[in-house]
Design a protein around this ligand. Structure first.
Ligand code: C2E
Ligand code: MG
Ligand code: MG
Ligand code: MG
Length: 282
């Protein structure tokens, strides 16, 4: 309509805005190729069981090192890929690599949980379930060692097929986590509807909970709510020891953040896990 066209005209005549549009479009054209050419790789960020005092797994985070543009943040290319229906190829690549790495670690006798980010909109993809089942079988990973972190839960709205996929994944044994809980549209309604084993409190609350009383209350009450519902709570953005101590006092289950470890390459992860031979884990 009028207003939209007017807005578009304005955007197209704003050079900074135009540059941003060009950037996103050029990224998208290259992402598929970048995956094939080995420019996309995975960083692993440890997840720490507070009560047991040990690392129990890691979250796989996509990284793109562009040969000319340098490192490109996943917040850039994931959002672009989601909006243009190109997210499936990236997700399959990440799942395959991450499941492979987790299987290799578990084979060395170290129980290890791998978390992979999944755009909720992919749940309506009819054969996602089959592809995940096939990858788990190919790498011989127990489905219970895979956690899918649902991002963008807003897009699950009214998607019965999405909820059906989630139920099927749960029956298979895969764990489900609600990512970035407390932000966006990850409401209490989703908490009720989604069969999630885990709730990840968004880092925006965790990082500032010692200087901002309302953030502290949000974290405390989310832990209480999650535990009442029988769910595991993960705090992300745990940047220092004091924050970890506070979360320990509050009864939080799992911590993730710079205080435990930054996202790292697979070799460094293996060292952290104190696994002797790094061969065949890649
Ligand atoms: P996320 O899943 O919430 O991941 C956590 C982000 O917080 C990561 O940023 C991580 O590097 C950062 N982080 C972890 N600990 C700390 C901390 O203590 N302090 C601070 N300031 N930051 C911390 P990253 O790697 O840039 O990823 C951003 C987002 O991109 C992710 O948020 C996730 O939504 C998305 N993403 C990454 N990889 C994938 C993927 O393979 N598939 C999909 N669909 N999304 C992905
Ligand atoms: Mg995540
Ligand atoms: Mg998160
Ligand atoms: Mg996030």
């Amino acid at each position: 309509d009028e207003a939209w066209n007017e807005g578009l005209r304005w955007k197209l005549h704003d050079p900074a805005r135009q540059e941003e549009v060009n950037w996103r479009v050029s990224l998208l054209g290259e992402l598929d190729q970048a995956i094939d050419q080995g420019e996309v790789w995975l960083a692993y960020q440890p997840q720490y069981d507070i009560k047991r005092g040990q690392i129990i797994g890691a979250e796989a985070l996509a990284r793109w090192t562009h040969p000319h543009k340098g490192p490109i943040s996943p917040s850039e290319f994931v959002a672009a890929a989601e909006n243009n229906g190109r997210i499936a190829k990236l997700t399959d690549f990440v799942l395959d690599r991450a499941i492979g790495a987790a299987a290799a670690v578990n084979r060395r006798g170290v129980p290890f949980q791998i978390a992979v980010n999944l755009s909720a909109r992919l749940l309506s993809d009819r054969d996602l379930l089959d592809r995940i089942t096939a990858m788990l079988a190919a790498h011989d990973l127990d489905p219970r060692h895979l956690t899918l972190e649902l991002t963008e839960t807003a897009t699950l709205q009214d998607a019965d097929s999405g909820l059906a996929t989630l139920d099927a994944l749960t029956r298979l044994g895969v764990r489900i986590a609600i990512d970035d809980y407390g932000t966006g549209l990850s409401t209490l309604d989703y908490l009720k509807k989604i069969p999630a084993n885990e709730i990840k409190i968004d880092q925006s609350f965790v990082k500032s909970m010692r200087v901002n009383r309302s953030d502290l209350i949000m974290v405390q009450s989310t832990i209480a709510l999650a535990h009442s519902l029988g769910r595991t709570v993960v705090a992300e953005g745990v940047e220092d020891k004091q924050c970890l101590d506070e979360l320990t006092r509050m009864g939080c289950d799992v911590a993730q953040g710079f205080a435990i470890g930054r996202p790292m390459g697979v070799r460094e992860l293996i060292q952290r896990l104190q696994i002797r031979s790094t061969r065949r884990v890649a």
